[in-house]
Design a binder for this molecule. Sequence first.
Ligand code: AMP
Ligand code: MG
Length: 420
Amino acid sequence: MAESPYPMLSVEAALASVLAQASPLPPVTIPARQALGYILAGEIRASEPLPPFPASVKDGYAVIAADGPGTYPLIGEVTAGRMADFTVAPGTVAYVTTGAPMPPGADAVVMVEQTEKRWPRNGPAQVEIRARVRAGDDVRPVGVDVAPGELVLEAGTRLGPAEIGLLATAGVTDVLVYPRPKVAVLSTGDELVEPGTPLEPGQIRDSNRAMLIAAIQAVGGEAVDLGISGDSQASLEASVQGGLAKADVLLTSGGVSMGDLDLIKPLLEHAGQVHFGRVRMKPGKPITFATTITANADADHTCLVFGLPGNPVSSLVTFYLFAVPAIRALAGHPDPHLRRVQARLSQPLSLDPARPEYHRATLRWDTAANGFVAESTGSQSSSRLLSMRTANALLELPEREGELPAGSLVSALLIGSLVD
Ligand code: AMP
Ligand code: MG
């Protein structure tokens, strides 16, 4: 029986070998407004306090707390964005709105609900203050939200909506981030045609490329489409070389198993260094990882190459297990690993005696069980892409005889959102 010359690595060892080759790309400066999803390459500190002035927390009346409840003349008003041109003297009050700078003299705010305004026939309006407040009540002191010099965002922070808001607050318009890795995708196989093309005998549509391009975009990479290559040495070499020069990561799919036209492994041996060519896992055993170095004008360019298996499910599962952590590491993620949670099986699952299996499942929170429940996507055949439909997790099933009963607690790697 023909045996692959490549040693069989565990998933953990293979992933460690990938991450050893994946360091963050050189940082770039981009406009803060376009930085959603990027990882910050340097820390952000506040140069000014927030609020920059003592501010009212409520719509109401600025008072001197020691005056206590009573009826006082209204001596002015300050709305947000204006400054008082008067001082609140003992025995007087001033109208303020939320976010308005406190008028000098006042030390507390009484909210409008606890007051009543009256207009005497002559003289200034009078305000009845019904609540007893202490100095400082409903006033945000200078710097209470953000102190000057305070660390607003740490290096390595992923910029989400709140972080983009903090950049705006801190007055940061341009921001140093790690760039999105360029990830090139090449489908290989004489049988493959574009989705819009009618099928000739023996042909199938290329699903992997559209799928992987979408997956790259979903994890924050910049996809580069290298099209389809037939199974000829010359065509593969030309396409692969094109990818190696312009991308940080190259994904090929197909051509890594033991068939006569599985030419990717020898090609990568020739183009660079193959780190592994077999992993003990189901699906995806023939996944191959290599690095290549291309001489560039300024610096040598390293490309991480993943030879993904051709079966659509194997292709996507190995993409998540190995390429996603690599892409996240290049993008500057301090912890590039997929996230794990625990989930209970909603049905029994049979195990593979020889290889750990990454069983596709949909996790949802079960209120009664107070935990995640994992529902299998059905038949796990590696050609059946329907087994990835709606899957947001890969259950890490141990290699063992027999099956896991319903209700078993298993660890699950998240590959999709728990929000949807
Ligand atoms: P291979 O890894 O090249 O031996 O391919 C394994 C199986 O996956 C074969 O049935 C191929 O036809 C199929 N396959 C390979 N590439 C693709 C692709 N891009 N889209 C859909 N199926 C594919
Ligand atoms: Mg093939």
